[in-house]
Ligand binder design. Structure first.
Ligand SMILES: Nc1ncnc2c1ncn2[C@@H]1O[C@H](COP(=O)(O)OP(=O)(O)OP(=O)(O)O)[C@@H](O)[C@H]1O
Ligand SMILES: [Mg+2]
Length: 342
């Protein structure tokens, strides 16, 4: 999204951001307690200041709230915006190759190392390394990352000496790393190093004012993509979208708008139409407790799985989340993915 589109809104909303370290100390002191996610498509004042500073940033928030999107914005708003932005999904790299993937290796360092490999960290030199799902890093890689943060050095596998690298680190997590620290899955010293400034993105259900803005934004985006007029969204359908709990957050809203464009181009969006594209219309209102939202999500997940022969892949598509997220929800709610008797 172009920042200019939301320039006026950005100015209106310019407000501070207070970030807490794991020890409860505020990192950036400011006027408000608004988190980064209160602005659609624009960094708030605190986030902009943090972006420009080049400091390490930890972005937190549920799945689909826009952590990756915000990381890119932080990069672009920083003086190194012209440099590389290198995203790394820390939870998705097999443990056996993570060191070489992150820190590189030299030719012959191990069987199969047929040439030198730069690794993600050095590929991000003079730019931003975005460590997504940083909680998924195995302990040895955590130790090496700590060294990078402390000494600005990496040691490629098989290289005799550490190499200094100038890189800015932005990390993201959708799990509470303090819990991971308590359970000894994540190094506390690493958390402190990452959590210099924390930008928390609130879930969409707590940002109902942004649902309309985002709906319009995605409506325009898909109209352009599919070369068709913007959809006319009726007032009661908008109201349903605003009141919905959005377990998959912004990604889920984007998926719904795209589905409407693909399946019902040029047709007005009514409450019935929403139901037809799989959007639940009887959801708890805004401000409902997280427990209620989880309960509603649970019911919806059961329904979606039931309607789709228990296919987790299909449910993931419908919610607009990764399959692993569906499995996480299943494990928390103890839902059996096999369809029940009809
Ligand atoms: N402020 C925003 N304006 C427009 N689109 C957004 C915004 N925030 C997020 N999006 C879009 O929503 C989708 C989900 O965002 P993103 O992938 O950044 O979420 P995430 O928090 O990283 O999710 P996950 O935890 O699953 O990795 C993307 O398509 C992204 O482009
Ligand atoms: Mg992401």
């Amino acid at each position: 999204m172009s920042r200019s589109t939301h320039g006026a809104r950005e100015r209106e909303r310019e407000q501070g951001h207070v970030s807490k370290a794991p020890d409860g100390r505020s990192r950036i002191r400011d006027e408000g307690d608004r988190a980064a996610g209160d602005t659609v498509g624009a960094l708030d004042q605190g986030a902009r200041r943090a972006a420009r500073s080049g400091c390490t940033i930890l972005i937190t928030g549920e799945t689909g709230v826009g952590k990756g999107y915000l990381a890119k914005q932080v990069h672009e708003a920083s003086p190194r915006g012209g440099g590389p932005f290198v995203p790394v999904n820390c939870g998705a790299i097999p443990e056996s190759i993570i060191d070489s993937q992150l820190f590189g290796h030299v030719k012959g360092a191990f069987t199969g190392a047929i040439s030198d490999h730069l690794g993600f960290v050095r590929a991000a030199k003079h730019g931003t390394l975005f460590l997504d799902e940083v909680g998924g890093l195995p302990p040895p890689a955590q130790t090496r990352l700590l060294r990078l943060l402390q000494d600005r050095e990496v040691q490629p596998v098989g290289h005799p000496r550490p190499i200094v690298v100038e890189v800015r680190i932005v990390a993201a997590t959708n799990s509470d790393l303090r819990v991971a620290v308590r359970e000894r899955r994540f190094r506390e010293d690493l958390l402190f190093r990452l959590d210099v400034v924390r930008l928390h993105l609130k879930p969409l259900r707590d940002r109902t004012g942004d649902v309309d803005t985002l709906t319009d934004l995605f409506n325009g985006e898909f109209a352009e993509l599919y070369q068709q007029p913007r959809l006319v969204i009726e007032a009661d359908a908008r109201e349903r979208l605003r009141r919905y709990g959005w377990p998959g957050n912004i990604r889920q809203l984007r998926t719904i708008v795209e589905r409407l464009h693909v399946l019902f181009p040029c047709e007005p969006v009514t409450v019935e139409r929403l139901a037809e594209v799989g959007h639940p219309v009887d959801e708890p209102g805004a401000g409902s407790s997280w427990g209620a939202v989880r309960g509603a999500r649970h019911d919806e997940l059961v329904r979606v799985l039931d309607e789709n022969g228990g296919s987790v892949a299909r449910a993931a598509l419908i919610f607009g989340v990764h399959r692993s997220t569906i499995y996480r929800w299943l494990s928390r709610q103890a839902v059996d993915p096999t369809p029940g008797p009809r």
